[in-house]
Design a protein. Structure first.
Length: 341
């Protein structure tokens, strides 16, 4: 009798553990039960679809073609408010896309740092924007930008990494520096990144359980934002921001959770080993960091920029993580990246 009860309890525990570890089924765009496809898409060579959006001057008239890589919990409808007259003056064509699993782009269970660069390359080729182009990666979109620097450097005219993602387990980081920067994060965010890095199989459970706090921003806890960021959030929330409802429509797991797991997985390369893309100065690579940013501690990007002297490092005083929504900063980013004629 006691044996049967024990077996029953053990079996229920296993079922419960299995259910909470297993990610929920995704709701793929354009499949029965899934959301409808409402954006133009290209078909990648592995059969996945990637949704995109074009903006700025037309592809035919453009002097500069720039691929924008969105961050965490945003999409191709990201807000990068470069003033219209600057777009016209410099002749910029912007191409943005939903990274795998976000918006209208198919989920990709094998998604990795590396796959992001190849998605970008195929997108550029399918849309025939030319053999070379610029990329700008924002925040979490910093890891796909690093991936481009590493895997498709021959396709780049230049790159900007804006308040870019940092990986606390990059081998080039001195242990003390990594620890010090990591400890500046909220403990619950530290745990979230640890689970993603060391135990990705546990990540779905971690993000959905109610016993411990997980990622602060997803819980609506704003204490990681500096005062400049809070002000910007307030300013932005008063304006309409179309497309937001589509970001997570295929499920949190395929969009947000997998993004964190891909970023914090072990990388196949160390950014500090990337050779100078433009030894003859025919292009440039930039990192933009806000001094007050508490989501991305400046210590790490400052260190990487010192290690890679061919990167132009811009530390913006009195600016937080949300400085990418400041039109003046946006103007500086494109002016530094794109040569004026
Ligand atoms: C937000 O998180 C911090 C650190 O984990 C905590 O001290 C604070 O009480 C939280 N705030 C809210 C509103 O939950």
């Amino acid at each position: 009798m006691i044996g049967q009860i024990a077996v029953g309890v053990a079996a229920s525990f296993l079922v419960w553990a299995y259910m909470s570890l297993k990610p929920p089924p995704s709701r793929v765009c354009g499949t029965p039960g899934g959301p409808p496809v409402t954006s133009p898409r290209i078909k990648l060579s592995d059969g996945r679809y990637l949704a995109y959006k074009e903006a700025g001057v037309s592809k035919e008239k453009a002097k500069h073609k720039v691929i924008l890589i969105h961050g965490f919990d945003t999409s191709k409808d990201l807000n990068f408010p470069v003033p219209q007259d600057i777009i016209e003056e410099l002749g910029i064509y912007f191409l943005s896309f939903d990274r795998a699993g976000y918006g209208d782009s198919d989920p990709y269970p094998s998604r990795s740092v590396k796959s992001e660069a190849y998605d970008i390359q195929e997108l550029a080729d399918k849309l025939e924007i030319g053999s070379k182009f610029y990329v700008i990666g924002f925040s979490m979109g910093g890891y796909p930008a690093w991936s481009c620097l590493r895997y498709i450097p021959h396709r780049l005219l230049g790159a900007a990494l804006v308040v870019p993602f940092v990986h606390y387990w990059w081998p080039c980081l001195p242990a003390e520096l990594a620890k010090q920067a990591f400890r500046k994060l909220l403990p619950q965010d530290q745990w979230t990144f640890r689970v993603a890095h060391y135990a990705p199989w546990l990540f779905n459970w971690w993000m959905t359980q109610k016993w411990f706090h997980s990622l602060s921003l997803l819980e609506g806890n704003m204490s990681i934002l500096c005062s400049q960021d809070l002000e910007m959030v307030k300013k932005l929330s008063s304006k309409p921001n179309p497309g937001q409802e589509k970001i997570r429509q295929q499920g949190l797991y395929e969009s947000l959770y997998r993004d964190i797991m891909a970023g914090y997985a072990q990388w196949e390369f160390d950014p500090a080993d990337i050779p100078d893309l433009f030894p003859n100065k025919e292009g440039s690579v930039h990192i933009w960091q806000g001094c007050e940013d508490r989501i991305i501690p400046f210590e790490i990007n400052r260190f990487i920029a010192k290690k890679l002297p061919w990167i132009q490092y811009h530390e913006v005083p009195n600016a937080g993580h949300m400085m990418m929504f400041d039109p003046k900063v946006c103007e500086s980013i494109v002016r530094e990246l794109l040569p004026a004629e």
